[in-house]
Design a protein around this ligand. Structure first.
Ligand code: SF4
Ligand code: SF4
Length: 399
């Protein structure tokens, strides 16, 4: 197993993500297949994996309890446990202490090695920084008390969001978790995010290295070309190996859902073979083929004349992302906009297309974005359900 030095800790480069445990029924996240999950965790530990990443809402609030229970047979100092504070979830008020104590209790531990503010982006940043809730101050105090070893954040936001948050938190954040893979290097501007994090000396944890499975199951012609370069190697292994070039990457999280994925990943991170120039070039070509991009250059010529006052380039960026692969985290960027800033506020006047140097049919893109959004569940509904589940569990635990 390849290890890295992550803030002075020796961690396995392969991290076990606890948001996609195998389930009893395919597609139903509620009932986790516990015997299989236990076997997978045991094999991961035997193979040298020592970083486990969960979060408050994963598996409808059950992930923390499951990972805590399955790791409890191992000495506490032999593994690193990471979880996240759900300040990105819509709530009437935020009580970091209540949630933190609940998380420690659910995981059955008395400290977390790595603790993250979950998904800092344009709509959650103010919550995290709001003095009324004192979220960051609370966790800095827990760090001083030793109940958090390292404090950081995850983000699906823009590079601008990352820079702003790092500036506004003035050195409090030690590490950052971002979506990074050979497709999002340009699609989600992960290359820019890495540069900013390097500038601030912030090490990187990678989430979605195979983009929710999209890079693990490529179209047949792409798979064939990869197989010619490395017979027998999975498409996922290429995506992981693409990340090996960046020394700032300290952990690559994989949300493994079956034994085959785990065995394949263990092989990839144990052999630890860098991509050849030829392999790297081929992945670049595949990334271009996978994009279904509207070619907006973000010049913003269109925005001043828009009678609806829409942030057109941002909405196109979101469209490009969702057209490539549906993602709740991307969709919530629209959901939390005021109604008059959503793509549905476009009145199809066409003024933007007239001025756009790329001649993009923007009203059509806005309409397609609206259609895509109707096919993605609402984050508010999911948050509410999770909150209700958590409240029910808190009540049940009292008795
Ligand atoms: S077509 Fe829509 S996006 Fe374009 S200027 Fe008119 S209202 Fe704005
Ligand atoms: S004018 Fe065209 S290219 Fe420029 S930001 Fe607007 S949509 Fe994008």
């Amino acid at each position: 197993m390849k290890y890295t030095d992550f803030l002075g800790e020796r961690v396995s480069l392969l991290g076990f993500g606890a948001m996609r445990f195998p389930t009893v029924k395919v597609g139903d996240k509620t009932e986790v297949d516990l015997p299989l999950t236990e076997k997978m965790i045991d094999l991961a530990v035997e193979s040298g994996v020592n970083y486990f990443d969960t979060a408050y809402p994963y598996h409808r609030g059950e992930s923390e309890r499951i990972i805590g229970k399955l790791l409890s047979k191992y000495p506490r100092e032999s593994y690193h446990l990471a979880t996240k504070y759900p300040g990105h979830q819509l709530m009437d008020s935020y009580d970091p202490g209540e949630i933190f104590e609940e998380q420690l209790s659910k995981c059955g531990v008395d400290y977390f090695d790595f603790y993250l503010l979950h998904n800092v982006y344009e709509n959650s940043m103010d919550t995290y920084l709001d003095k009324r809730w004192g979220i960051i101050d609370y966790f800095l105090e827990e760090k001083r008390r030793g109940r958090i070893r390292h404090l950081g954040f995850s983000s699906h936001g823009t590079p601008e969001n990352l820079r702003e948050f790092l500036e506004r938190t003035g050195g409090a954040m030690e590490f950052c978790q971002i979506q990074y893979n050979y497709l999002d290097d340009s699609l989600q501007r992960a290359d820019e995010k890495c540069k900013i994090l390097d500038e601030y000396g912030i090490p990187i944890i990678v989430m979605e290295p195979v983009r929710g499975g999209k890079l693990a199951t490529l179209p047949d012609p792409c798979t064939e070309k990869l197989s010619q370069l490395r017979p027998g190697a999975s498409a996922a292994s290429f995506a992981f190996r693409w990340l090996f070039h960046n020394p700032s990457v300290k952990v690559v999280l994989s949300g493994m859902s079956n034994m085959e994925q785990l065995v394949d990943n263990i092989r990839t991170f144990t052999e630890y073979v860098q991509l050849s120039a030829e392999e790297r070039e081929l992945l670049g070509i595949i990334a271009e083929q996978l994009k279904c991009s509207v070619p907006c250059t973000a010049c913003r010529y269109c925005t001043d004349g828009c009678p609806a006052g829409l942030d057109i380039p941002s909405l196109i960026e979101i469209y490009n992302d969702l057209a490539c692969a549906k993602s709740l985290n991307t969709a919530m960027r629209v959901e939390f906009l005021p109604d008059d800033k959503k793509p549905s506020a476009c009145i199809s006047c066409g003024k933007c297309t007239e001025i756009c140097p790329q001649r993009i049919a923007i009203p059509k893109v806005m309409s397609k974005l609206c259609n895509i959004l109707t096919t993605i569940p609402s984050w508010r509904d999911i948050s509410r359900e999770r909150e209700e589940d958590a409240a029910r569990m808190r009540e049940a635990n009292k008795h």
